[in-house]
Design a binder for this molecule. Structure first.
Ligand SMILES: NC(=O)c1ccc[n+]([C@@H]2O[C@H](COP(=O)([O-])OP(=O)(O)OC[C@H]3O[C@@H](n4cnc5c(N)ncnc54)[C@H](OP(=O)(O)O)[C@@H]3O)[C@@H](O)[C@H]2O)c1
Length: 238
């Protein structure tokens, strides 16, 4: 039985991952700001879900993660599924700041917390939900794509660091395309996957210790196109 923290498990992909892990008999520490949603998750799996309600961008975030780890009796896997962003035509300071707070500062706080534990105990697995949006700049949500690029690039660096340490410490950078949740924003949505399907594919990638995965799988085609499309063309059509 693994001890797993999912930051951002009140809804969407994180919640479905929590349900899959709890259903498989693991012990899941679920977090988020919406207490009532944590409560219903806990009711569904009373012996396999422990909850901690807090804002990952708040001052007590690390203390909450410590408290949850104590309640779980240890930590084997931490998934950072918390995320936020907004489509905007203008440039809005509040939106950009909120986006960086959750997707960069909260992310770093959770990753540092888990990294310390995993290095001390000599094993562990860190997972982040970045985005296909991390690959190129996006005029509709420049801070979101930049923040997700931070996550993915940071994870690549950490993953190399872990490999050099020669201990079983793994990292998985998940890059979803559109998944049918509150976060699937923007015009022209396509290949929208149900969150359960996305969660299943993410669990599979974690089991296989993949360092990067596109979800659903066919989004690797979009990732390849996004990487190789020349700037002169991307800047016209983007
Ligand atoms: N859906 C998509 O199309 C898509 C595509 C690419 C990447 N992603 C990424 O996938 C991840 C999961 O998103 P989702 O699609 O499952 O959307 P979601 O249903 O909106 O889930 C977002 C989760 O983040 C939590 N969260 C947000 N701000 C938080 C904060 N300040 N403190 C603590 N928790 C916070 C939310 O919990 P509370 O509101 O209860 O705090 C919620 O559990 C995100 O990182 C998102 O960027 C999604």
């Amino acid at each position: 039985m693994q001890k797993i923290i999912i930051v951002g498990a009140t809804s969407g992909i994180g919640r479905e991952m929590a349900r899959l892990y709890a259903g498989a008999g693991h012990l899941v520490g679920a977090t988020g700001r919406r207490q009532e949603l944590l409560y219903t998750l806990q009711l569904e799996f009373p012996n396999h879900v422990i909850t901690e309600c807090f804002d990952i961008t708040g001052p007590g975030a690390t203390a909450h993660l410590e408290s949850l780890t104590r309640k779980l009796g240890g930590l084997d896997l931490l998934v950072y599924s918390a995320g936020w962003g907004e489509i905007m035509d203008s440039l809005d300071w509040a939106v950009d700041k909120g986006t960086v707070d959750v997707n960069v500062n909260g992310f770093l706080e959770a990753v540092h917390f888990a990294w310390r534990i995993f290095v001390d105990q000599g094993h562990g697995h860190l997972v982040t939900l970045s985005s296909i949006a991390s690959i190129r700049g996006n005029r509709h949500s420049p801070a979101y794509s930049a923040a997700k690029a931070f996550q993915s690039t940071y994870f690549e660096g950490l993953s190399i660091k872990a490999r050099h340490m020669k201990i079983p410490l793994y990292l998985t950078d998940v890059q979803p395309g559109f998944v049918d949740t509150q976060m699937a924003k923007g015009p022209g949505r396509f290949w929208v996957a149900p969150p359960e399907k996305a969660a299943r594919q993410i669990l599979q990638a974690i089991n296989r210790r993949r360092w990067r995965v596109y979800v659903t799988h066919r989004w690797w085609i979009i990732a390849k196109i996004a990487k190789w499309i020349p700037s002169w063309l991307y800047h016209r059509i983007g």
